[in-house]
Design a protein around this ligand. Structure first.
Ligand SMILES: CC(C)(COP(=O)(O)OP(=O)(O)OC[C@H]1O[C@@H](n2cnc3c(N)ncnc32)[C@H](O)[C@@H]1OP(=O)(O)O)[C@@H](O)C(=O)NCCC(=O)NCCS
Length: 191
């Protein structure tokens, strides 16, 4: 590729927005992996994410997540704050055709409710609708996670439906279309 080529769909550039920088998970260092390990073992975060807390040792988690991140249908990024500390993970998965699913974990409680989640999502959406040329990004969250719903609505996601999920929970399905995202940006409505 020449220096003037457009980014290919396989490229995983460093992405930035406001205070956050997203770096491909494959490039994370030891300090970041210690935090990732803690985030994935945290029972409250696991509940919010709808998964059991991980019991893997760090070396195995690193191997598994690095291998997952290499899948062609995934783009997994570490979220770094303005001090360049690792604060969470954001990704696109099930990337097929012009659609993908978004997942996010801001794992540092000190960073909850301070806008880091929406900034990280905005950075990834710009890549999704720009370089990757997606038409639609969808996601799932739970009805008992109002903070996540508020954060997703803030960046333009709209609720599609609610369906019963395991353990008496309600799955809230949301999506954002490229045209709606572009219109918000043209009108200056993005946070
Ligand atoms: C969900 C998450 C990505 C949101 O990112 P964030 O940076 O904390 O989001 P924000 O700073 O925009 O805060 C969320 C909004 O929810 C609102 N909120 C918080 N608790 C709320 C509640 N109980 N009811 C209603 N709104 C609530 C906040 O007031 C804030 O809105 P405001 O800025 O207009 O006041 C992040 O908190 C996170 O990763 N949490 C842990 C894991 C998780 O829940 N992941 C999502 C799984 S689908």
């Amino acid at each position: 590729m020449t220096a003037t080529s457009a980014p290919t769909r396989d490229a995983q550039p460093v992405l930035a927005r406001g205070r956050v920088t997203l770096r491909p998970l494959a490039t994370a260092g030891l300090a970041a992996w210690k935090r990732i390990h803690a985030h994935f073992r945290d029972p409250e975060i696991a509940f919010l994410n709808g998964t059991p807390p991980s019991r893997m040792p760090m070396w195995l988690m690193r191997r598994v997540l690095r291998s997952d991140a290499r899948r062609p249908d995934r783009r997994t990024y570490g979220v770094f704050d303005e001090r360049d500390d690792y604060v969470g993970t954001v990704e696109l998965y099930d990337l097929r055709g012009a659609e993908a699913t978004l997942g996010i974990i801001i794992g540092e409680r000190t960073h909850w409710g301070r806008g880091y989640g929406p900034e990280a999502i905005e950075a990834l959406l710009e890549h999704a609708f720009g370089d990757l040329g997606l038409e639609r990004v969808r996601l799932h969250t739970f009805a008992d996670n109002p903070r996540a719903q508020a954060a997703f609505k803030k960046v333009g996601f709209v609720e599609l439906r609610r369906v019963p999920a395991r353990n008496d929970r309600i799955d809230v399905q949301m999506a954002l279309e490229r045209d709606a995202w572009a219109a918000r940006h043209r009108l200056g409505g993005a946070p």
